[in-house]
Design a protein around this ligand. Sequence first.
Ligand SMILES: C[S@@+](CC[C@H](N)C(=O)[O-])C[C@H]1O[C@@H](n2cnc3c(N)ncnc32)[C@H](O)[C@@H]1O
Ligand code: SF4
Length: 366
Amino acid sequence: MMMNKELSIYIHIPFCERKCIYCAFVSFCADKNSQDKYVDFLVKEIKSFKTNSRVKTIYIGGGTPSVLSEENLIKIFEALSSSFNINSNAEITIEANPNSLSENKLVLYKKLGINRLSIGIQSLNDDTLKKIGRHHSREDGINSIKLANSYFDNISIDLILGLEGEKNIYKYAETLIDLGVKHISAYMLEVHENTPLNNQVESHKFIPLNEDEVTSEYEKLVKFLDKKGFNQYEISNFALKGYESKHNINYWTFDDYVGFGISAHSFLNGIRIANASTLEDYYNGVKLKDENTDKTEIEERLFLGLRCFSGVDLKILQALGFDLRENDYYKKFLHDGILKEKEGKVYFNKNYYLVSDYIISHLLPD
Ligand SMILES: C[S@@+](CC[C@H](N)C(=O)[O-])C[C@H]1O[C@@H](n2cnc3c(N)ncnc32)[C@H](O)[C@@H]1O
Ligand code: SF4
């Protein structure tokens, strides 16, 4: 049992109306009975967790949590408030897509204390949306933001960068900002094995932007958002001041969090636990435990800290037995201006964010 610490909660809702061709998240279509069964199990899981910690953020992600029925969402919130002390100013986010948002649901979200909406828009081009298996049009996307805006101030939008033919996506950002969006996540398209997208890419039916095009798109977007006053606080995340996602920042700063639901992860007192990622195993209570070794902590601190503004504290790495200053690549990257050191911390030069995986791979312990 933990004492006097604050923590974050993640809840995974794996349901979607249909599967997008690129998506490898644990998400699937399910009928009402299956959804009810899942929520009943989830509620038991939430209620069985004992803690004295206060809750500072809650993130209901998926899948598409907005497909949940009102009754099921209410059950989840009843379980949360009966098991946890939730701070009155807690950031509470729910993910949604344009198809499944309705005025009734927005009213309910507000009533339940949800104060941040993350809507998956992905693109504002009808042909692209169709090609990637989305259920909504550009107009649906825009209308869902307008509707959400009359209830929520804190709205975040997901875009995907690198889809076939998608040039000048900064113009999407312009439209979204004009609609009042305060936070934009722009994810670089990942082609995952075992997705329909992968087959289409292999058979040249879908041709993602090439590396140079992605770089150019990314740079244009970063520049545009900067001009609009959006702070880039992580490789893919941009926000007006005060609208950065507190929940995501908690992950990146190694704060405690507990995850409920299929495939959800927890990080509590240095121990990582992952719930099973098949329904059968999840219902059987299968969990994988992973004691955080010093080596994994060093790797995670480097990856997480360099990709967001928090940077990496060299002293913390030293305490874990790792002196970055002894690494020849580190010296070279500092010399080349790819990394910079300030007050005992190391930061990434934003111009090199896109090659961060490559750079960081040269800094990891053996
Ligand atoms: C769980 S989904 C968000 C909510 C909702 N399910 C939706 O799609 O509208 C999280 C986000 O991950 C991003 N995403 C999913 N698969 C991706 C991929 N293969 N490459 C890049 N971004 C991806 C999308 O931007 C998506 O909105
Ligand atoms: S991108 Fe969102 S809506 Fe599409 S399958 Fe994945 S989780 Fe579901």
